[in-house]
Design a protein around this ligand. Sequence first.
Ligand code: PHE
Length: 339
Amino acid sequence: MEQKLKAILETGLAEIKLVKDKNSLLDFKIKYLGKQGELTSILRGMRDVQPQDRPKIGVLVNEVREKLEGAYLEKEKYFNDLDLQKELEKSSIDITEPSRGIERGELHPTTKMFNKLIDICVAMGFQVVEGPEIETDYYNFEGLNIPKNHPSRDMQDTFFITENILLRSQTSSVQVRAMESMKPPIKIIVPGRVYRNDSDGTHSPVFHQLEGLVIDENVSMADLKAMLTSMMGKVFGETTKIRFRPSFFPFTEPSVEVDVSCPSCKGTGCKVCKGSGYLELLGAGVVNPKVLEMSGIDSKKYRGFAFGFGVDRFAMVYYGITDLKNMFKNDARFLNQIK
Ligand code: PHE
């Protein structure tokens, strides 16, 4: 019996060295370790062994089984590794290739400019107020001293939903709403989207404004000028110069158009400012007493000033964007360039 077991172990170990593939490995398993295998038949022959010899033979059988099993497992692992290796070689996934990274969006330049202006104004004590984009004729025009058929309506032709309801053409509509609902002193800014029947290379039918309104006792044009100078300095740099030109708005008297020295050439004249050294960026003025009275504010006691920026224009100047179309294209490649 002992002899037989040793012989099995020896031929087994010799045979497994010759195993060249998984099929012959399976044959080996069946022959030596299977239910009909050599070792099982030895165990079956135990009944012919003397009872006192049985434990010794039992231990020996187990030893031989363990050794053959060990050899078998080693070979099996070798074949599995080989398969994996082949699989990796032929597959196209390169696990060492660097990842493509996560694509990040970027805020729109108009949004960034809004945030910048709002931060500056809030630091100066302004409160942020909003109003509806779909507005009545009264808040957009009449309450701002722009009666029906007034020629100044021509400059702000907009989209009418009914004869009386329209898409607001200016955030100044919120001046009227604020004066009706708040008590002076009032110090608000109004960021918002506005609409006009206007579309060419430099005008979009949808654009954005930031309105400012201050109402208090003893405020004047001088305060307006000081405030705008300080604000523009914070946006474009402390050396920025501002220039007031007389203008006309029915809701301010006097009215001014405000120019800012060109941030691109610092006032010497370049392509951005078309050689003039200045950029026209906002309208402003002292609130017309008639407008105060219409909204129920005592014009003997209170005075006010107001200003309105075109925020898209600001953003274009600030970020050096030359084509207005890009501002409305919603192209991530464009947005990602503006840092
Ligand atoms: N609402 C005016 C416009 O859109 C700008 C403005 C605002 C002028 C406030 C004076 C005061 O043209």
